[in-house]
Ligand binder design. Sequence first.
Ligand SMILES: [Ca+2]
Ligand SMILES: [Ca+2]
Ligand SMILES: [Ca+2]
Ligand SMILES: [Ca+2]
Length: 231
Amino acid sequence: MKHKKILSLTISGILLLGLTGSVFAEQRDRGERNGSKHGSKHGGKHGGKHGGTVDVDAKVERIFGHLDTDESGTITLDEYLVPKLAKTEAKFARLDTVNEADTEDEDGDNLISLDEMLAAYEDRKSNHDDSEIDREAVIQCVEDILGIDIPDKMTTEERFDAFDIDDDSYIDYDEFVVSVTATAEEKFNLLDADLDSEVSNEELTEALNNKNEVRETYKECREELELVNNI
Ligand SMILES: [Ca+2]
Ligand SMILES: [Ca+2]
Ligand SMILES: [Ca+2]
Ligand SMILES: [Ca+2]
């Protein structure tokens, strides 16, 4: 059971984070080869080059409107970090609370325990209602169609250990900010495909197109499996 929960986090993480350019370059090649199979069914919205472009362009423009604060036409790491770090206090406060029935730990002690982190992810999991679907099968299906290898994401325990830098079994606010910053930097580096320390319009467009493709494929795979399960 636990394994399945972790996978649910994995796929949502992937959808948020997107994958690296090189992986997607390979994926596009295979996608074209698979095109006839999927194109016939999803040509309209899945075409990418046609239907999705306007939406993605508008989205890119909106994102640049928010993040490119000096209107230079590119997003730097500093610009990218502003909204991420603006929310850290609220995010920390949300994690630093536990259900009293579950544990004796005090609420709001300005330290995040592993129990608190697990409880937070448990809540998130319970918002998804598709427990009938075999997530491993869905991920396998996405990997097969796109020809990519979706890496395992960290478990909640592993993520907790990574955040708990001084290893005292609690995450304090400073550790939290350091870790959120590091995670954001990793995401920024994935967006910055040519590694010139700036995210261009083209790089963001590419990333959003890739993300849409994964999301669409994930949806297709889920629908297929649901169909099979409901026979
Ligand atoms: Ca800028
Ligand atoms: Ca706490
Ligand atoms: Ca610590
Ligand atoms: Ca760049």
